[in-house]
Design a protein around this ligand. Structure first.
Ligand code: ATP
Ligand code: MG
Length: 394
């Protein structure tokens, strides 16, 4: 018998008409991460055959790939003769310690001459005969012995490891994540990837008001996200001129509102050029003045592209929990200033009026400045494979 890994797809297997499309992307995503491993799949299972020493490493990597719901270590045999299957089962359990067990049989090969119920009984009594001091417990067994009789092969396995679920990254297209150095936006990006969205990211910097370190922090966060995403294109926008013009010319209670309208406008243009179909950000209802429902309306109205806010209904503590789970928290809480924190007014408007925004925006040549900012953007590609590079710069 050969020790292998197979994957269960969960939600993916409900995608009847375009299941192949999803599976091909999942297969490509896994191949990218495990480049020298044999992989093949059918509608029910994806099989991975690592070298015998690599199982742990491979499983760790698979646990970061969206679209995988369960990871199973199994023993595969092409021999479907019933007596040989029985012997294989005994060989696999003989060194296991348990007092109670049950057998689960899955017979996806409907032509196999013995049906599932019957097979379960046959295996059960054979196990009882060959091991002492054990009994069957169908409700709460210590060991579940799974036997799957498939068209070509037989799989025997005992337990599974939970995958992270979701859809394979890229299968739903591309989105542009507004990535600040904070806690919320990396979590938002993670959740968007979970639903199959391939990320590009955009960061607004305002040198010299923001430091190189603040930029490195964002790069380090992008790299954490790239672990789930292969690589992430990060667009860096110089926002200094726009921000200074706003600061000089616009009543301070409207600074944030207008600044965010500019960010949205620029993000929408960059998304359009990258063929990204949605913007994604870390806004959360009520968190700050610019995230009241009225503010969100007034800010959002400058773009047509849909804006996804994956953490909009999470409490801050829930967002923090998730950021710890995906290992972005420690980077996010590093102290380096980003452009918003520098230009924060004492009393930002909570219920801005869009008429006022139009009036104030006439005071600055924002269309030209936006054009310039987009034209001079820098784009770098951050890969999950060249780890540590940015961390060392922090
Ligand atoms: P985070 O929300 O990520 O913790 P934050 O609290 O500093 O960071 P907010 O002021 O709450 O950010 O802004 C809301 C959202 O706007 C962020 O989650 C992010 O998606 C986006 N955003 C804010 N600042 C920037 C920036 N400098 N570059 C890109 N996106 C930004
Ligand atoms: Mg926030």
């Amino acid at each position: 018998m050969q020790k292998i890994i197979f994957l269960k797809y969960g939600e993916l297997s409900t995608k009847k008409d375009n299941r192949n499309y999803f599976l091909k992307i999942l297969n490509d995503n896994i191949k990218f991460v495990l480049n020298d491993v044999n992989i093949y799949y059918d509608y029910g299972r994806m099989f991975i055959e690592p070298n015998i020493d690599d199982f742990e490493k491979v499983i760790e990597k698979l646990q970061k790939i969206f679209g995988i719901h369960e990871i199973v270590i199994a023993y595969k045999s092409l021999d479907r003769d019933l007596d040989n299957i029985k012997e294989n089962v005994i060989n696999l359990i003989k060194d296991k310690e348990f007092k109670t067990f049950k057998v689960e049989v899955k017979r996806s090969n409907k032509k196999y001459p013995v049906d599932g119920m019957e097979l379960r009984k046959i295996f059960g009594s054979h196990i009882l005969k060959n091991k002492d001091n054990i009994k069957v417990d169908v409700n709460n067994p210590e060991l579940v012995i799974n036997v799957e009789i498939r068209l070509k092969e037989v799989l025997i396995y005992f337990s599974s490891i939970k995958g992270i679920g979701g859809y394979p990254v890229s299968s739903l297209g591309k989105g542009l994540l507004m990535l600040s150095g904070g806690i919320d936006s990396p979590v938002a990006g993670y959740l968007a990837m979970k639903r199959g969205i391939k990320l590009e990211a955009i960061y607004f910097e305002s040198p010299p008001h923001t430091s190189e370190r603040a930029l490195n922090k964002v790069k380090a966060l992008a790299q954490k996200l790239a672990l789930y995403n292969h690589n992430i294109k990060l667009h860096i926008i110089n926002f200094t001129e726009i921000q200074e013009e706003i600061y000089k010319n616009i009543p301070h209670e409207y600074l944030i509102t207008i600044m965010r309208r500019m960010m949205y406008r620029i993000s929408a243009l960059v998304a359009y050029n990258s063929n990204a179909k949605v913007l994604i950000n870390g806004e959360s209802v009520g968190q700050v003045a610019s995230q009241t429902l009225t503010s969100m309306n007034v800010i959002n109205e400058v773009v047509k592209i849909p804006v996804i806010r994956p953490v909009c209904c999470f409490d801050k503590l829930e967002i923090i929990d998730l950021s710890k789970k995906i290992d972005t928290y420690e980077t996010s809480i590093l102290p380096y200033e980003d452009c918003c924190t520098i230009f924060v007014p004492d009393h930002p408007v909570i219920n801005p009026l869009k008429e006022k925004c139009y009036e104030y925006e006439k005071l600055i040549p924002y269309e030209d400045m936006i054009y310039k900012a987009v034209k001079s953007k820098q784009t770098i590609t951050i890969s999950s494979l060249d780890n540590r590079e940015f961390k060392d710069l922090l």
